[in-house]
Design a protein. Structure first.
Length: 426
């Protein structure tokens, strides 16, 4: 099929066309090398291949169409932003976190070099004019999680107005009250930009849509418990990444169909690897699209990733918002409760995260855990100590790695990962 020319739309959005062409060329090649080279992929992944190929085309066209109808697009950087409220007013929530190095030179003009790659990436995407999602957003929402993000939003605000939600640092009753206030204020902000009120009816629907998406992702996760796993870690990661920007209803339907296929595979003992392949749980900093480096190295070194303890994975799908609320107040409380359960390393203390990692390692029969933090990410690199200790107590082998989005350390990482897998195999 002939590719549609989206350049007029990109121009209208103010993208840097030359840089954007380069980005698409690099991404296209990486996708082919990393994804399309995999063997025995489920047929259902064709939908994801299509979504990736149209990530800057058809999907942006859809967003522009919905905007024409008066609906709003809200860009976010963190799983703390309650998608339910955006869906309630007919809006679309898109993830703006970025996992590519391109644009980093621009980012380093305004950010210190020793800033985490994720922050540099979203800043670089904006400054270099490479991200149609941020251009299409009517509202960009930041949050006070780590110091790097918090301060970066002040700078981003010079280029694109950024609304910031205050996230508590602890989980006491006082913190819950603060968070409740933030959720209510955000609800008012969403109503203001949408020019529509949030009602029990539309919020109930918003909650259901977001929960249904999480249910589909939970089902996918459960199916990865099969030995051998019916889907690669790379493909499962891609599904979790695409969850942040695809149309939620269509996405949910497609992932349920993919799960039907995986269920058949699991029943018939069909997997993407052999039975005795080492099973790895990845844990740590989120892997925003197109950050596929570590799982690619792991899976081309003779292991399979069976779960991700990360915001692009279990942390954002584990909990649902209770659906039995009758009044608007009940529903807001249910949203507040659900989001307070997120165990980001920005919280202190954060013991529940260690418990979650141990539980996941057990449930998924992981032979080892690879804890990954993006270089210069203080919360996750600091918490790695506690994670390692907690896993050691249970006799679970752990490898701690730190990396950025560049490929310079790929060889060294591969050597370390291979040595770890050797040890895990025993
Ligand atoms: S809830 S993990 S999505 S903040 S990698 S920018 S923490 S220095 S991304 Fe996150 Fe929300 Fe937490 Fe999840 Fe800072 Fe670390 Fe960079 Fe990070």
């Amino acid at each position: 099929m002939e590719q549609k020319d989206y350049r007029p739309m990109w121009k209208e959005l103010g993208l840097n066309l030359e840089g954007h062409d380069q980005l698409l060329a690099v991404l296209g090649k990486a996708y082919k090398d990393i994804y399309l080279s995999q063997e025995n992929r489920p047929k259902g992944m064709q939908y994801l291949d299509f979504v990736i190929s149209e990530a800057h085309g058809l999907r942006i066209e859809e967003l522009m169409e919905t905007k024409k109808k008066g609906n709003k697009v809200v860009g976010t950087f963190c799983v703390y932003v309650p998608e339910e409220l955006i869906l309630a007013v007919g809006g679309t929530c898109v993830g703006l976190c970025a996992g590519a190095e391109i644009g980093i030179d621009e980012a380093e003009k305004v950010l210190p070099r020793n800033t985490c790659a994720l922050i540099k990436s979203f800043m670089g995407f904006k400054l270099a004019g490479l991200c149609p999602y941020i251009q299409a957003s009517d509202l960009v929402v930041g949050e006070t999680t780590c110091d790097g993000k918090k301060k970066a939003y002040e700078i981003l605000n010079d280029y694109k107005e950024t609304y910031v939600m205050e996230i508590p640092q602890m989980k006491t009753e006082r913190d819950r009250a603060l968070w409740r206030g933030e959720v209510v204020q955000f609800k008012e902000k969403v109503e203001e930009i949408a020019g529509r009120r949030i009602t029990p009816e539309n919020l109930r629907q918003g909650i259901k849509t977001a929960n249904d998406k999480r249910r589909a992702l939970q089902r996918l996760s459960t199916l990865r418990k099969a030995i051998p796993s019916p889907i690669s870690g790379l493909d499962a990661l891609l599904v979790n990444q695409i969850a942040f920007y695809d149309d939620p209803l269509r996405f949910t339907k497609s992932i349920q169909a993919l799960c039907d296929e995986l269920e058949d595979r699991a029943k018939n003992g069909v997997g993407v690897v052999k039975n005795r392949t080492p099973r790895i749980l990845m844990s740590g900093s989120p892997m925003a699209v197109p950050n596929w480096k570590i799982p690619f190295i792991v899976e081309t070194s003779g292991a399979i990733v069976v779960a991700e303890e990360s915001c692009v994975g279990e942390r954002s799908t584990r909990d649902l918002v209770k659906e039995d609320g009758k009044t608007l107040d009940d529903m807001i409380e249910a949203i507040v409760d659900r989001y307070m359960k997120i165990d980001c390393a920005c919280f202190t203390p954060n013991e529940e995260r260690i418990g979650h990692i141990r539980d996941l390692a057990k449930e998924f029969k992981a032979d080892g855990v690879i804890h990954y933090n993006i270089q210069f990410c203080t919360p996750y690199s600091m918490e790695a100590y506690k994670v390692e200790k907690g896993l050691q107590q249970k006799g679970i082998p752990t490898l701690k790695i730190e990396s950025d989005y560049g490929m310079e350390d790929a060889g060294q990482l591969k050597t370390r990962i291979e040595a770890f897998l050797e040890m895990v195999r025993g």
